[in-house]
Design a protein around this ligand. Structure first.
Ligand code: DQA
Length: 149
């Protein structure tokens, strides 16, 4: 079986996980979450690279530079609710993308219920803490194995 290569992108303020609003996001650090993602990826024989940036432009550059990989998982943080530029970037590339959130964005402030990113993704997973990324990776593997070109 082909060894798939995926990218996990974390947006603004996710570098502060562990100390940032732990009642909402838990006390796991981003490094601990990345380790759990990598561990799961290894068990499925895929390669995952993790990237974090607080800058919209850097996220767009990263997506463009990696647009030939097998799939992307993105937690765009607050850019989810504001960034037409990230949405256009994801719409411009021809690979499957899944949107992820640690928290349930639909049970929080109203402005979090709208995502510019979700309509250009194959799906969205939110509300399961770090496990949202694991579910997303599982779904992405299933998608590329069954539906990708
Ligand atoms: C988040 C939800 C967003 O609304 C928020 O701006 C974040 C984190 C999440 O993972 O739950 O930064 O993307």
């Amino acid at each position: 079986m082909k060894q798939y290569s995926f990218h996990v992108i974390h947006g603004p303020n996710l570098n502060l996980l562990g100390e940032r609003e732990p009642a909402i996001y838990s006390t796991l650090t981003l490094e601990e979450i990345n380790n759990r993602i990598r561990e799961f990826a290894m068990s499925k024989n895929c390669e995952v690279r993790c990237f974090q940036s607080n800058s919209e432009g850097e996220i767009i550059d990263y997506i463009q530079n990696n647009r030939h990989c097998d799939g992307i998982i993105i937690n765009a943080g607050a850019y989810t609710h504001t960034s037409i530029a990230i949405r256009d970037c994801l719409a411009s590339i021809n690979i499957p993308c899944i949107e992820v959130h640690l928290s349930n964005i639909y049970s929080r402030e109203r402005f979090r219920s709208h995502s510019y990113i979700a309509p250009v993704c194959i799906g969205q997973i939110c509300g399961f803490g770090y496990y949202s990324y694991i579910v997303a990776l599982q779904a992405l593997i299933h998608y590329v194995e069954n539906y990708s070109k």
